[in-house]
Design a protein around this ligand. Structure first.
Ligand SMILES: NC(=O)c1ccc[n+]([C@@H]2O[C@H](COP(=O)([O-])OP(=O)(O)OC[C@H]3O[C@@H](n4cnc5c(N)ncnc54)[C@H](OP(=O)(O)O)[C@@H]3O)[C@@H](O)[C@H]2O)c1
Length: 275
């Protein structure tokens, strides 16, 4: 079997080429400067996997979709699923959207989650593909493109927005980061670690995740309301209102509070012991 990876010179493309090679597949790759073109790869491969930046994905899929036959499988790794899956369905191929919920720095698939959104394929094709990932230790979550993108608006969109908004707010306070770390508590260090981690990476992926998911503005509107409501309660100085706000949220998260505390205790102990 041949896996053809379009964007196979990029970070995730290289990682998944390794995954298919480990599973005994032959791989062929294209980038913008490779000898093989996207079209060559689309014509050679049994399974075509698109792994290009989110903004370029629909165009690249549209370029190769007419070349694919019903005997081929069309997949992508895009962090959003509605638009790429819709574009892949314009081909005659079997279509399975994928979103790895990790970055290219992981050592292997062990313990990592991949969301799969099968859109047009036989059970056999789906099982064959997913067994490549499962046999290397990945967990698979099956979803639809729509549910995936709504979930990602919270899981990635809101999370990255809050982290970046916090970075900007701290910058606006004029706080010196190095100096602040001398006053650090373990939680501040972990949260600043997340700020530093995102800012050390390429802006493009985060911009695309925030700007290209149509479900993000709705989630950000709820966040803005929450910020204004909480700010008003804080500035009111009214302890009862703060208790009420806190209790409403503790009730909403009730089933998660014990495991959240245990997991973050582990993280804190790790941070403290590493200093
Ligand atoms: N990075 C992550 O943490 C992560 C996690 C989950 C999912 N993803 C998804 O994985 C996909 C790829 O992300 P990445 O981080 O691997 O990006 P990347 O490192 O920037 O790689 C992008 C690849 O796409 C190629 N490319 C760009 N425009 C192209 C075009 N028009 N035609 C053909 N190839 C083109 C680049 O080729 P050149 O060699 O010519 O530059 C490169 O090989 C994205 O859809 C992203 O949403 C990323």
């Amino acid at each position: 079997m041949i896996a053809g990876i379009i964007g196979g010179t990029g970070q995730m493309g290289r990682f998944f080429a390794g995954v298919f090679q480990t599973a005994g597949w032959e791989t062929v790759v294209s980038g913008r400067r490779t000898e093989l073109t996207n079209r060559d790869v689309a014509e050679m491969a049994d399974l075509v996997l698109v792994s290009v930046p989110i903004r370029a994905t629909a165009e690249v899929i549209r370029e190769i979709a007419p070349l694919l036959s019903e005997d081929q499988v069309f997949c992508d790794l895009t962090s959003l699923k509605v638009e790429p899956v819709r574009a892949m369905l314009a081909s005659r191929a079997e279509v399975i959207g994928l979103h790895p919920m990790f970055g290219p720095g992981v050592a292997s698939l062990r313990g990592q989650t991949i969301v799969a959104t099968p859109a047009r394929c036989s059970q056999e094709t789906l099982d064959t593909l997913l067994s490549v990932f499962r046999e290397q230790g990945a967990e698979i979550t099956i979803s639809t493109p729509e549910d995936h993108d709504r979930m990602m608006a919270v899981i990635q969109g809101l999370t990255h927005f809050v982290t970046l908004a916090k970075a900007e707010a701290i910058r606006r306070t004029g706080t010196d980061i190095a100096e602040s770390l001398h006053f650090t508590s373990p939680i501040y260090r972990i949260e600043m670690g997340l700020v530093g981690r995102i800012l050390a990476q390429d802006a493009g992926l985060y911009g695309d995740i925030l700007q290209m998911n149509p479900a993000v503005p709705e989630v950000l509107a709820r966040f803005e309301e929450a910020v204004l409501a909480l700010r008003e309660i804080v500035e009111s100085g009214d302890a009862d209102r703060f208790q009420e706000f806190f209790a409403a949220n503790a009730a909403h998260y009730a089933s998660y509070l014990v495991s959240a505390t245990e997991e973050t205790d582990d993280l804190i102990n790790h941070v403290v012991s590493g200093r």
